[in-house]
Design a protein around this ligand. Structure first.
Ligand code: FAD
Length: 472
């Protein structure tokens, strides 16, 4: 049986990209239907995992829930993605955006595409900042935080202008001084809790973008729990927002004339994590109920890696704490190092083998270049400098280089570009080359190497896409 619906715009995926675009279009009065492959986990829609497990005592429980229950192999496959085994995703309403930690570093000019003047991004960053409730001082406050911040500032010395060490901007609110609620896919709703021009269909896998004469005409899907039930949503605009793995799979499964860049140029930032017991001078200032915090050491053109000192729900996993040391006495240190964006790092779509969603099975070719490895080495030196200055490294400090995919920030695969020259999949507004009315809006369009958590940039980019849809 085929269920038929009609909307102005149909969107595949309800994560950061899907909710950012849908929120704009719904607020402008368009009818929007969203197909989401996974179930609705939290009620009401737009709820973040941290709102469900909100007490400070739940910190490690949140990590267990995220890694043990909510992150899955792409398309809920039993096997990890070949060659990028740690590339996991989240299939439920909100996608990874309902699990994220809200860190929102503003990218350096060197991390943005060279085909758009940096100043032109500003209105979109400003709007994303407002919609995501980003607090520039949200990384922390209080005596212990200020002391730790001051120490890191003096250890690292001069940084590039505008890229000084500071509190991490976070999309979160503090309630009674405690970091509580991250902005999530509530981006759908703006000020209206359930707009009647928005329909979100959980457990509905988008399987094919429908086009006619080079124009979008709709999206086909199936009920994940009952694949005999099909759905067809007719619309003049289709937005593909299934994330870096889901979006190219959906496009590859559609009868479209694909550009060679589809699935290519995949990247993340190499991720080094470690945990240190803070030095006694700082430990003496730590309260039993010390709130979570996050210090940002921004990336720049001359130092293309980002460091972060933090205590939040997800530990770096590195290092054991000495006996008698409480968890609040420790700090995690993460370093994200940009890696080169290269065509040979790519997904391969199997035209015959299907995944559990009925989409092409995917494998990957993925490796670090020599330049990447040299950069990781330089970043590692700075990571150690920080660790050994704020922490006690002697009892067996253990940094970890995460396996590929472990950053949870995978990007590329539907690369954005200024020209249809074979190196990109979508134009500078996210429109699929060669088609009217088909857009991609999520992490998959980010095609410039970067070292910062990407979601803020993705949401800003999606606001540009939504604006373009509204103008068309
Ligand atoms: C634990 C954790 C912490 C993080 N912390 C941060 C942070 O602090 N800062 C930061 O910037 N980023 C962070 N991230 C990353 C952030 O969550 C992602 O950058 C962001 O969610 C990506 O948005 P997206 O739209 O590309 O994908 P997602 O948000 O994952 O959304 C994709 C959605 O599409 C759905 N989908 C896929 N295929 C189909 C299909 N065929 N049909 C229908 N639906 C489909 C998926 O089920 C999913 O719901 C974190 C991620 C995790 C897991």
């Amino acid at each position: 049986m085929i269920r038929k619906l009609k909307a102005d715009v149909v969107i595949a995926g309800s994560g950061a990209g899907g909710s950012a675009v849908a929120g704009e279009l719904v607020a402008a009065g368009l009818t929007v239907v969203v197909l989401e492959a996974g179930p609705q986990r939290f009620s009401p829609l737009g709820t973040h995992v941290r709102t469900v497990f909100s007490s400070e005592a739940d910190l490690s429980r949140v990590g267990d829930v995220i890694y043990g229950e909510m992150l899955t192999n792409p398309s809920m496959a039993a096997e990890p993605l070949k060659n990028i085994r740690d590339l996991r995703v989240s299939h439920h309403t909100g996608g990874m955006f309902s699990l994220w930690m809200g860190n929102c570093p503003r990218p350096d000019a060197s991390e943005l595409p060279d085909w758009m003047p940096v100043a032109d991004w500003e209105p979109y960053f400003d709007k994303a900042s407002r919609l995501m409730h980003i607090d520039l001082q949200g990384g922390g406050s209080g005596q212990m935080f200020e002391t730790l911040l001051g120490r890191v500032q003096s250890t690292l010395g001069h940084r590039a202008k505008g890229r000084e060490v500071r509190p991490m901007p976070v999309a979160a609110r503090r309630v009674d001084g405690v970091f509580k609620i991250c902005s999530s896919d509530d981006l759908f709703f703006r000020d209206s809790p359930s707009p009647n021009n928005l329909t979100i269909l959980p457990d509905t896998i988008a399987t094919e973008v429908l086009v006619s004469g080079g124009r979008a005409v709709g999206l086909r899907g199936v009920d994940r729990l009952n694949p005999a039930e099909e759905i067809e949503v007719s619309a003049d605009v289709v937005v593909v927002a299934g994330g870096t793995v889901g979006s190219p799979k959906l496009l590859a499964n559609s009868a479209l004339d694909h550009r060679p860049a589809l699935g290519a140029y995949i990247h993340e930032h190499a991720c080094i994590g470690s945990r240190v017991t803070l030095i006694p001078e700082i430990r003496a200032l730590i309260r039993d109920d010390e709130p979570v915090y996050s210090i940002w050491i921004p990336a720049s053109g001359e130092k293309p890696w980002q460091n972060q000192l933090c205590r939040f729900t997800l530990s770096s996993g590195g290092g054991r704490l000495a006996p008698g040391i409480r968890e609040v006495d420790s700090s995690d240190i993460f370093t994200f190092v940009k890696i080169d964006v290269r065509p040979e790092n790519r997904f391969h779509f199997d035209p015959i083998r299907k995944d559990p969603f009925g989409l092409p099975d995917v494998t990957a070719s993925y490796a670090l270049s020599r330049a990447d490895r040299l950069r990781i080495g330089q970043a590692m030196a700075e990571h150690f400098l920080i660790a050994s200055d704020v922490g006690e490294v002697e009892p067996g400090w253990t940094p970890t280089l995460y396996a590929a995919g472990g950053s949870t920030h995978f990007m590329g695969s539907c690369r954005m570009g200024a020209e249809d020259d074979g190196t990109s999949v979508v134009d500078r507004f996210g429109r699929l080359w060669g088609y009217e009315g088909v857009f991609v809006a999520d992490n998959s369009v980010i095609g410039t190497p970067n070292s910062g958590n990407p979601t803020f940039t993705t949401v800003a980019q999606c606001l540009r896409t939504a604006e373009r849809i509204l103008l068309s």
